[in-house]
Design a protein around this ligand. Structure first.
Ligand SMILES: O=C(O)CCC(=O)C(=O)O
Ligand SMILES: [Fe+2]
Length: 285
């Protein structure tokens, strides 16, 4: 029977990495503090309340993104303590392990609220790496890594994510999922589920009407385009107030790839140099 391992909040990043290597998914209970979560939920509430459903255009996109689901991007502008999540040392150590070998410098891919409301049906099972054609040319290379923090409890009936442990090692073109291979990421508010880009997963159906809110921080290889266009969700003025590491994660620097075997880049020029010149007068970081 498929199983999703829960680790305690005081586990080490090595413990998380070990389970992720084995299962392709893991839950860390109590990953964020209740105080951080309360502050985040308070800050984001106005944006959630003001949500106007998007027209996703194609029916396939609507099916995928949901009919009864509130989705928001640009969290760094909507809740100031989101910065703490994306630059959390434990998360960055995990990304150092899984993404850095394929890029050197990874970046924030997307920041999302995914709030599933009553009547939403289950999202199709998918793996997130599939959005970059590089998955086709380099199928054994991880491109993206998704972390979803439960901002409300995730339950069987309110849409807890469906996950297929072990599917990170599958050839997705050859193997179909069986119902008994799917487990639900049932967890308390404040816990987090880790889903690297080759693991099958999808939002669950909400049959009880209680809202299921996820706070997403996903990361991507630095040489791939991020799914979210961070520059349009933030301003240069805001970026001046961020720590240097956060600016780097949001793309305000130059990407170069140097290791023993590969030399590539630079990418992301500003006037043929690094965007970091824009921040040189800063003394706060
Ligand atoms: O909401 C969820 O539980 C998963 C959402 C997801 O996987 C996605 O939108 O790519
Ligand atoms: Fe996904």
């Amino acid at each position: 029977m498929a199983k999703l391992t829960h680790l305690p909040s005081n586990c080490s990043t090595d413990d998380i990495i070990e389970i992720l290597e084995r299962d392709g998914a893991a839950i860390v209970d109590g990953f964020v503090s209740q105080a951080w979560l309360n502050d985040f939920n308070t800050a984001i509430q106005t944006s959630v309340d003001n949500y106007v459903p998007y027209d996703y255009g194609e029916p396939e996109a609507q099916d995928f993104l949901g009919y009864q689901t509130v989705r928001l991007n640009g969290l760094i502008s909507k809740a100031s303590n989101y910065i703490d999540l994306i630059s959390d040392e434990r998360l960055l150590s995990i990304m150092d392990h899984f993404l850095a070998p394929n890029c050197g410098q990874y970046r924030l891919n997307s920041s999302e609220i995914i709030e599933i409301h009553g009547g939403e049906t289950a999202q199709v099972l998918h793996w997130d790496d599939v959005i970059w054609p590089a998955h086709f040319w380099a199928p054994d290379r991880l491109l993206q890594f998704n972390v979803m923090v439960a901002a409300t409890d995730f339950t069987e009936s309110n849409g807890a994510t469906q996950v297929v442990p072990g599917s990170h090692k599958w050839d997705h073109t050859k193997r179909e999922v069986k119902p008994n291979e799917i487990v639900r990421a049932i967890m308390r508010a404040g816990s987090a589920v880790f889903i690297p880009g080759k693991t099958l997963h999808g939002g669950g159906s909400n049959t009880d009407g209680s809202k299921r809110r996820a706070i997403v921080a996903s990361y991507v290889l630095g040489w791939l385009r991020s799914q979210e266009n961070h520059f349009l969700h933030t301003t240069l003025e805001q970026a001046h107030g961020w720590p240097e590491r956060v600016r780097q994660l949001l793309g305000y620097d130059l990407y170069a790839h140097y290791d023993e075997n590969i030399e590539a880049g630079p990418l992301g020029y500003y006037e043929y140099g690094s965007p970091s010149v824009l921040f040189e007068t800063d003394t706060d970081d």
